[in-house]
Write a protein that binds this ligand. Structure first.
Ligand code: XMP
Length: 322
């Protein structure tokens, strides 16, 4: 794939930051660039690098796709305001739900439902509005490796699979952390002054909660997985795990509520131990803790009657369900 990884033990953080800041300045020349935050550490690190390089010539956005976690937009705006970076929230939920309507195939959901609206519509419009021609994004070494190997179409990989963003979308995409995996990205983030809470945040995928909904992604189904996600994140944030999440299944199952049949939703909890997301094993969560999570989910998320814990490793599983 033509990129050489810089592993954490070979990373000179300060030199890396200097090089990337210089490369961003050179690419932008006197122009304006744009970055889009997702709530994850990768886009946060890239935004700080670009802000250091360009100051107010960087326009930073948080695209609210309607697929985000609870309170995510405000949390990101607040974190970045404390770092003197102004982030504008853009409501694009209608566009994403329209693109996702009727799609159930995972790869079509990723390509048609996420990549196209992001890059062809929302980013292209914002770049035009800001008079910018460079999009900065936090594609990392694992994203490229998985897409190039055909594991799944990560929403943000183009050049490395033969797509020229300039030709496909009309603007240039700059990827300063392409050679890094998560531990190295976190180290750069800490060196750039990212709050520990954000630098140490579990990864969150660009397709957001859509990567955790099996079958069609609708507003109603996102609401269910969003509520379950908040419970799982709160319940497992002290687990020390690499990533933890809730998945909404497509099939419903028979349950019983108030003495009557309830044909309800199934939530699957996943919690992973991993270094870099390439391989992962399920965390050994104490059973009582899992039971408590199940009670909270079935007790508070409307319509959920079943909660399971995912126990297969990656490979052959993946961290996300879609
Ligand atoms: P999988 O599900 O492939 O995930 O085992 C590996 C890691 O990548 C994240 N992920 C994504 N990140 N765009 C991203 O930016 C994507 O399309 C995407 N898909 C998965 C996932 O959360 C995990 O950390």
């Amino acid at each position: 794939m033509g990129i050489t990884e810089i592993p954490l033990d070979k990373l000179d953080t300060e030199a890396f930051i200097e090089q990337q800041v210089a490369a961003i300045r050179e690419a932008a020349a006197d122009g304006i660039a744009m970055s889009a935050l997702s709530g994850g550490v990768d886009s946060a690190v890239v935004t700080l690098l670009a802000h250091r390089a360009l100051g107010t010539r960087l326009k930073s956005y948080f695209i609210d796709t309607g697929l985000m976690r609870e309170n995510e937009p405000q949390q990101i705006v607040d974190w970045f305001a404390a770092l003197d970076v102004k982030v504008e929230v853009v409501d694009a939920a209608d566009r994403f739900f329209e693109a996702l309507r009727g799609l159930t195939d995972p790869e079509r959901k990723r390509e048609q439902g996420i990549t196209q609206p992001f890059y062809k519509d929302v980013f292209a419009d914002l770049l035009r509005r800001a008079n910018a021609n460079i999009l900065l994004q936090g594609t990392n070494f694992t994203d490229v490796q998985e897409t190039a190997a055909g594991v799944k179409r990560q929403h943000n990989v183009f050049t490395q699979i033969g797509i020229d963003p300039q030709k496909a979308f009309g603007y240039k995409v700059l990827e300063p952390i392409l050679a890094l995996r998560k531990p190295a990205i976190r180290a750069v983030g800490r060196a750039l002054g990212l709050p520990t809470e954000l630098a140490q945040r579990p990864p969150f995928p660009g397709p957001a909660l859509a990567a955790r909904i099996i079958g069609e992604v609708t507003r109603e189904r996102v609401a269910i997985v969003r509520q379950a996600t908040a419970i799982v994140e709160e319940g497992l944030c002290d687990s020390g795990a690499f990533q933890y999440l809730a998945v909404l299944h497509q099939d419903r199952v028979t349950g019983v509520r108030d003495g009557k049949r309830d044909f309800g939703y199934q939530i699957e909890i996943r919690c992973w131990d991993s270094q870099d997301a390439v391989t992962a094993v399920p965390t050994e969560i104490p059973f009582a803790r899992l039971r408590a999570l199940a009670d909270r989910i079935t007790g508070t998320v409307p319509g959920v009657v079943s909660v399971t814990y995912h126990i297969a490793a990656k490979p052959p599983s993946c961290i996300e369900a879609v």
